[in-house]
Design a protein around this ligand. Structure first.
Ligand code: GLN
Length: 537
């Protein structure tokens, strides 16, 4: 391991959903803005090898990395905050750890030994922690431990953290515990007892947290801070208040005010390079909070009851809105609500419509109906992945008059304008077998997409099995839906755009996964601009 790399672990206590991902990303941002290189890793305690097979209703969006990892949505926050790419190595589950150990066992690597949680599973966890450090690229590795301390599933991870701490010493590894200080309305009091218990639990595993980050709805008084410090054995200045924020993008500034980064540097005996330079970040926040215009954009999808299912899309609109000094009101619309009869009512007042990615047949006809409406009424449209596929089906049906479909919707379709690639047809297993990760795409000179990107060669991330069926390419292009983005290696269609429409673009990839605070995605930026334009006409 690189002797200079420092390891910061973030554990959670009392309840889940305290926002460990945002705290980790915010700390990462502060360290980065002081000139350090930082990456963030997440350990998830569940048995799935990766979250690719999880229902978005249960777990939110699956975030895809450039190298084709299907990962937890917290990695999206890491990239959006740090503007640095993550990889498969940044998200490890219990399933992955066990899979690695069992594979090694079958290969005879532990011959003669009983393979056990300690040391074999914990060693494999440690190997995955140090793997990032050993690249020599990072001054800090922040490792977020999913779940809450005390969960059966997270025990081996907590034990590995204890060992790393012991192996490397307090100057090289530290633990931040994120906890909740509940407010009892009747007593008008903030309560520290749950935190005391959760620290006690951590102590029973041999871990003394160095810093407490306390989620709270009310400011922590000096009295409460002192109590927490005394009962949890942390320095008074290491009790950090984390008040509910207006936007997640405020959190780095709130953490700076509470001096979280300073405490971390002091504990790890790192001399600071310079004060955090957050000018650009503040510039973004200034624009975000002072919009001069607003638009309403419909997000037509299947998983609209859980906003986390489209997390990256929602965040990309926040970045793009700020860039346009425009507040984007996202209207979440279930595609099942849309039919010939309702479409005007549901979409009529919107300034633009995005049709979302998704899987399976349910709600597909509603998406197609929505696209027909925006195509005919010249409302700006962005179709992402399934949304692009639906746009092709809609066009084939209503413009070419074909009895067309996607084979995902109708395997026996007479005109499968969206179909599975031959290689995909052979695949029988489900996990990690889609077309995943970043692929190149060549944009036709002079196309709208070319103008938007300001480039002819782009790389964007994929996660799908079905593709534009090139048998129909000529026919579809002739009628006005142009394939303006093509994968140079496979000839697969990546981008379509409609002639004689102010803004109608479908992309087979996921642009939302690459939008960050400092690098808002051009497609989203220009889509919001098109919505503004549409509104003013
Ligand atoms: N279900 C479609 C496919 O597998 C689209 C996937 C997506 O929207 N991510 O090709």
């Amino acid at each position: 391991m690189s002797s200079s790399t420092k390891y910061i672990f973030v554990t959670g206590g009392v309840t889940s959903s305290l926002g460990k991902g945002i705290i980790s990303a915010s700390l990462g941002k502060l360290l980065q803005s002081r000139g350090f290189s930082v990456t963030i890793q997440k350990f998830d305690p569940y048995i799935n090898i990766d979250p690719g097979t999880l229902n978005p209703y249960e777990h939110g969006e699956c975030y895809v990395t450039d190298d084709g990892g299907e990962t937890d949505l917290d990695l999206g926050h890491y990239e959006r905050f740090l503007n640095v790419r993550t990889t498969k190595a940044n998200n490890i589950t219990t399933g992955r750890i066990y899979n690695n150990v069992i594979t090694k066992e079958r290969h005879g690597e532990y011959l003669g030994k009983t393979v056990q949680v300690v040391p074999h599973i914990t060693d494999e966890i440690k190997r995955n922690i140090f793997q990032l450090g050993e690249t020599g690229q990072y001054d800090f590795i922040i490792t977020e431990i999913g779940g809450s301390v005390g969960d059966i599933e997270s025990l081996p991870f907590v034990e590995a953290v204890r060992q790393v701490r012991w192996d490397l010493g307090a100057n090289n590894a530290m633990v931040i515990h994120l906890t909740l200080i509940p407010y009892l309305k009747a007593a008008k009091e903030l309560k520290t007892k749950p935190t005391q218990h959760s620290v006690k639990e951590l102590l029973s595993y041999g871990i003394q947290p160095d810093i407490l980050v306390c989620r709270t709805e009310h400011p922590l008084s000096m009295e409460i801070r002192k109590k927490l410090a005394l009962f949890c054995n942390v320095n008074l200045n290491s009790v950090i208040e984390a008040m509910d924020a207006e936007t997640i993008y405020d959190v780095p500034l709130l953490m700076k005010k509470e001096k979280l980064d300073e405490r971390v540097l002091a504990k790890l005996k790192v001399t600071t390079k310079h004060e955090p330079d957050l000018e650009q970040w503040k510039g973004f926040l200034g624009k975000l909070k002072n919009p001069t215009s607003e638009v309403s954009i419909g997000l037509v999808g299947k998983y609209v009851s859980l906003p986390d299912a489209y997390k990256s899309i929602a965040e990309a609109f926040i970045h793009a809105g700020a860039q346009n000094d425009c507040k984007v009101h996202l209207k979440w619309i279930s595609s099942e609500e849309i039919s010939k009869e309702t479409v005007e009512n549901v979409l009529g007042q919107l300034d633009a419509v995005l049709v979302a990615p998704g899987f399976g047949e349910r709600g597909l006809e509603g998406k197609i109906e929505a696209i027909k409406y925006v195509r005919e009424n010249k409302i700006p449209f962005l179709g992402i992945c399934l949304g692009m596929q639906c746009a092709v089906v809609e066009f084939a049906r209503n413009v070419l008059g074909l009895d067309a479909s996607s084979t995902e919707l109708n395997p026996k379709s007479k005109h499968p304008v969206i179909d599975m690639m031959e290689e995909q047809k052979k695949i029988t297993t489900k996990g990690g077998t889609m077309r995943l990760g970043a692929y190149a795409c060549k944009l036709k000179k002079g196309s709208k997409a070319n103008h938007i990107y300001g480039d002819t060669l782009i790389h964007e991330r994929h996660r799908h099995r079905y593709e534009f069926n090139n048998k129909y390419l000529e026919q579809i292009e002739e009628a006005g839906l142009k394939a303006v983005g093509i994968n140079p290696d496979s000839n697969l269609v990546e981008v379509v755009e409609l002639k004689d429409h102010p803004w109608f673009i479908g992309v087979q990839y996921h642009p939302e996964l690459r939008s960050t605070v400092l690098n808002p995605h051009p497609l989203f930026v220009k889509f919001v601009a098109a919505a503004l334009e549409h509104k003013s006409n």
